[in-house]
Design a protein around this ligand. Structure first.
Ligand SMILES: [Zn+2]
Ligand SMILES: [Zn+2]
Length: 143
């Protein structure tokens, strides 16, 4: 499934509670970044986030966006996707799922990895801290 922009609006109290539940003290920038991420399920880059939030907060600096992203990563509000090309992408969906990155349009699509069969026996007893599945290629609209 391709990421979508959600029309629904989130009220400020919901956004504040979301941050507090993740151990983050709400601030205007953090609330705006969170709202953008919840509404735009497109695996945005830091630049995308900056450009969108800048419209609401003209005094916004790139550093504060990067600091907010770092904090959100640390608090598990978002996960990072390294597609190997250009900038990192960020995902508000921290559940385990696979990503397909299109080499042409650079869009990143989500897919379910529960159904992928692989031999796990080689990892018996290993401690797995992260599961990242990245497929790369050309999406249907770019083919
Ligand atoms: Zn494409
Ligand atoms: Zn995703």
């Amino acid at each position: 499934m391709e990421g979508k922009t959600i029309e629904k609006s989130f009220d400020t109290q919901y956004l504040k509670d979301y941050l507090i539940d993740h151990g983050v003290k709400p601030s205007t920038i953090r609330i705006k970044v969170l709202e953008y991420l919840l509404k735009n399920r497109i695996h945005p880059t830091a630049e995308d986030i900056y450009n969108a939030v800048y419209e609401d907060i003209p005094t916004l600096s790139k550093t504060s966006v990067y600091n907010t992203i770092d904090l959100f990563l640390e608090k598990n509000i978002i996960q990072i996707i390294n597609t190997g090309n250009k900038e990192s992408r960020y995902d508000i969906d921290t559940s385990i799922h696979g990503h397909f990155s299109c080499n042409i349009c650079n869009r990143v699509f989500d897919f379910d990895i529960d159904s992928i069969e692989y031999d796990k026996s080689i990892l018996d007893g290993f401690i797995i801290n992260e599961q990242k599945v990245l497929f790369k290629g050309i999406c249907n609209s770019c083919k």
